[in-house]
Write a protein that binds this ligand. Structure first.
Ligand code: KIV
Length: 276
C-alpha cells in the first residue's frame, strides 16, 4: 500500500510528474531517450535517464518503415510492456500512434490500454489546435499527457517531408500560443521537435510544465533523442540535431552515460545541432 511513500526516503527514487516539474523549476536539465525493449531499457535506466519514451519512431528504427504512420496501438503496447520490465527509476511515456486519437472517446480507450496493458505512466500525442479537446478529455480522466508540437512526424505526408517548423514569425507565434493552450487543457509535458532555438526558448518561457526538445536548441527544460541515433546504429542520413555518442566510447552504457552528462551540463546541443 502506498509504495510511493516508502520510495520517498530512497537515495534515488523513481521519477514522477512532480519530479519533472521540480526539475524545470530548479533549472535541472531533464535527460530523455527512446527505448523499445527490456535490455536497452535497463541500460538507459542504469545510465541515469530521467524519462524513457516508447516512441512510434519504432516504426522506422525497429520495423524498417520510412515513416511512423504504419505503427499500431498493439505495436506500442508490445514494446511498452518490454521496456517497463527493464526500468526501475525512469518515467515511462508511450506514444499514441497515427489515427489512434482522432476523437476523444477513441483517444481515451487507447490511452487506457497503453497504461493498463503496456504499463505506461503517460501518453504522448502529436497535437496542435485540433487536439486541445482531446487533451482536455484525457486530462479530465486523469491520463497524464505529453503534447508533441513543432515537427509532427505523423503528419509527414501532409507537410511534405521532415522539415524545420516555426521559421516564419507568424507560425512561431501560433506555436507558442498552441503550446500554452495545450498546457491549459491539461498537458503535463510539451515536446517540441525541429524548431529554431528562439522558438524553443519562447515556448520554455511561456509554460510552467516541462518543455522537452529534440532539435529545439539548448534553451528548453530537457532533451530527447532516438536511442539508435545516438548509438550510431541508424544507417544513412540522420537529422542535424543527432549526435553520435558512441564515438570515443567502448560500450552502449558508456555512450548513454555520456549523453546524460552532456544534457545535464548543457554541452549538448552545440550550434551544429541547432536550427536558426
Ligand atoms: O517517436 C519518437 O521517438 C519521438 C521522438 C522523436 C521524440 O516522438
Amino acid at each position: 500500500m502506498y509504495t510511493q511513500l516508502e520510495q520517498r526516503g530512497m537515495v534515488d527514487p523513481p521519477i514522477n510528474v512532480s519530479t519533472l516539474r521540480d526539475m524545470k523549476e530548479s533549472g535541472e536539465p531533464i535527460a530523455c531517450l527512446t527505448a523499445y525493449d527490456a535490455s536497452y531499457a535497463s541500460l538507459v535506466d542504469a545510465a541515469g535517464i530521467d524519462l524513457v519514451l516508447v516512441g512510434d519512431s519504432l516504426g522506422m528504427v525497429i520495423q524498417g518503415h520510412d515513416t511512423t504512420v504504419p505503427v499500431t496501438v498493439s505495436d506500442i503496447i508490445y514494446h511498452t510492456k518490454m521496456v517497463a520490465r527493464g526500468l526501475r527509476r525512469a518515467f515511462l511515456v508511450a506514444d499514441m500512434p497515427f489515427m489512434s486519437y482522432s476523437d476523444p472517446g477513441q483517444a481515451l480507450q487507447n490511452a487506457v490500454q497503453l497504461m493498463q496493458e503496456g504499463g505506461a505512466m503517460m501518453i504522448k500525442l502529436e497535437g496542435g489546435e485540433g487536439q486541445i479537446e482531446i487533451v482536455e478529455h484525457l486530462s479530465r480522466h486523469d491520463i497524464p499527457v505529453c503534447a508533441h508540437i513543432g515537427l509532427k512526424p505523423q503528419s509527414v505526408h501532409k507537410i511534405g517531408g521532415f522539415k524545420v517548423q516555426g521559421r516564419d514569425p507568424e507560425h512561431a507565434r501560433r506555436m507558442v500560443d498552441n503550446a500554452r493552450r495545450l498546457q491549459d487543457a491539461g498537458a503535463d509535458i510539451v515536446l517540441l521537435e525541429c524548431v529554431p532555438n528562439e522558438v524553443g526558448e519562447a515556448v520554455r518561457n511561456e509554460l510552467h510544465v516541462p518543455v522537452i526538445g529534440i532539435g529545439a536548441g539548448p534553451d528548453v527544460d530537457g532533451q530527447i533523442l532516438v536511442l539508435y541515433d545516438i548509438l550510431d546504429i541508424t544507417q544513412g542520413r540522420t537529422p542535424k540535431f543527432v549526435k553520435n555518442f558512441m564515438a570515443g566510447h567502448d560500450s552502449p552504457l558508456a555512450a548513454i552515460q555520456s549523453y546524460v552528462e552532456a544534457v545535464r551540463d548543457k554541452s549538448y546541443p552545440q550550434p551544429e545541432h541547432c536550427f536558426s
